[in-house]
Design a protein. Structure first.
Length: 132
């Protein structure tokens, strides 16, 4: 089915989420490689798993954009992963995750306000962007 015209703001917000997930993928890819090279393979594997998880989230958002017949804008901010400064790295990771969560929450609120909440009711993985 064709999307309703009320979905323009939702699409725009989804584009922001695409950008955040691309940044997260790059951030965690850099972290996984860095910590593995530095002799922390378990920590590297943990960040590699985060990359896989973020790619799954990205795929879900891309599917939602496809539902709206909209190509993804694949630009994103730099993924500064200050791996040599662990406290700063943790702050950067937390900021990235917080920004993504707040943006996704905003998309859900906006979608529901626009009457586009059927998808979240059917979401078996509790992720806001899985296709119907």
């Amino acid at each position: 089915p064709m999307p309703s015209p009320i979905s323009h703001d939702v699409v725009s917000a989804c584009q922001q989420v695409v950008s955040l997930h691309l940044t997260a993928i790059e951030f965690y890819t850099l972290a996984a490689a860095h910590f593995t090279r530095r002799g922390y393979p378990t920590l590297g594997a943990r960040f590699a798993a985060d990359v896989t998880e973020e790619r799954g989230h990205l795929d879900a958002v891309l599917a939602r954009l496809e539902f709206f017949w909209t190509p993804a804008e694949v630009t994103h901010g730099p993924a500064a992963a200050p791996c040599d400064d662990v406290p700063e790295f943790l702050r950067a990771a937390l900021a990235l995750e917080t920004d993504a969560a707040n943006t996704e929450r905003g998309v859900i609120t906006m979608a529901r306000a626009a009457g586009d909440d059927a998808r979240t009711k059917n979401d078996h993985k509790n992720h806001p962007f899985l296709p119907e």
